[in-house]
Write a protein that binds this ligand. Structure first.
Ligand code: G
Ligand code: G
Ligand code: NA
Ligand code: MN
Length: 256
């Protein structure tokens, strides 16, 4: 309860922030995307992890205003980078959508209006969903995902391999990218089982015509190996930790 009340005030007063973690194209080494990740520092200075406050937001319904704020903030940051680049900065933005948010909010309308207001085309946005969205109402989720695709957005399945194990939904839903959960990636060079799982996911994605992002890339060697195995993108501390908007823009301007 205490956390819920505090979070409600933080959302109402727009005291959450977004940090941005780069996602690299493993073939070219360029940054092609940033993932927007919510951050919350309470008024008495405690930094609370989204793994703690997102579940509270989901249970309380606060995920609806929080999620809308994240979409708007991410779009505004991306539009700012475009202005700084004097046109299309060429980079994309990934925003996380929770299953509860998909059920309770008119997410498609919110995203369409936000993109229009920010002067962005839909192809600049990736939406990251977890496997938990597939459990609830597959038909309705399929319609929502098709509508998001209709805006031009890319759809990524987050934390792939850790959730719902029924793979049938992969052939029914318009998923563009599988994000391989970092529990399989970090340490895979020293663990044959992890490596086998990563290879199997890469093979599955290839066979289904989907692209892949490896999370938790912590070393140069890991990024190189993943690239050689045909993984398309890498995300992890070897490229950068989640950065504030100014630091993310500096990194983009310097590297690309
Ligand atoms: O990077 P970090 O440890 O901060 O993220 C922890 C988890 O919180 C990740 O699974 C991430 O997807 C989730 N998360 C971060 N920001 C958001 C957000 O704005 N909305 C939702 N639904 N999840 C988020
Ligand atoms: O949505 P998801 O849970 O995948 O969000 C990414 C989470 O993983 C965030 O908490 C982020 O801070 C964290 N993260 C990103 N890169 C790395 C990494 O290379 N190693 C580890 N251990 N965590 C990472
Ligand atoms: Na994510
Ligand atoms: Mn993830």
């Amino acid at each position: 309860f205490a956390m819920e009340t505090e979070l409600r005030h933080a959302v109402e007063e727009k005291r959450l922030r977004l940090h941005y973690q780069p996602i690299c194209d493993l073939a070219s080494g360029r940054i092609t995307k940033f993932e927007a990740l919510a951050r919350w520092r309470t008024q008495d200075g405690r930094e609370i992890s989204p793994t703690e406050f997102i579940p509270v937001a989901e249970e309380s319904g606060l995920i609806v205003p929080l999620g809308r704020w994240a979409i708007e903030e991410a779009a505004s940051t991306l539009a700012g980078w475009d202005r700084a680049a004097g046109g299309n900065s060429g980079v994309r933005m990934a925003v996380n959508l929770s299953a509860i948010q998909l059920q309770r909010d008119t997410v498609v309308d919110v995203i369409e209006r936000t993109l229009t207001a920010a002067g962005l085309t839909g192809d600049r946005f990736t939406l990251e969903l977890t496997e938990s969205v597939m459990v609830s109402d597959p038909d309705r989720i399929a319609d929502t995902m098709l509508a998001l695709k209709g805006l031009g957005a890319t759809l990524a399945l987050d934390d792939f391999g850790t959730g719902y194990s029924n793979l049938a939904y992969l052939q029914k839903l318009p998923i563009d990218i599988l994000k391989i959960d970092r529990s399989f990636v970090t340490g895979m060079l020293a663990d044959r089982d992890k490596l086998a799982i990563v290879r199997a996911i890469l093979g599955l994605a290839q066979a289904l015509g989907m692209r892949t992002t490896a999370e938790g890339v912590e070393t140069i060697e890991l990024g190189q190996t993943l690239g050689a195995l045909g993984c398309n993108y890498g995300q992890g501390y070897v490229y950068a930790r989640p950065l504030d908007a100014a630091a993310a823009w500096s990194m983009l301007a310097e590297r690309n």
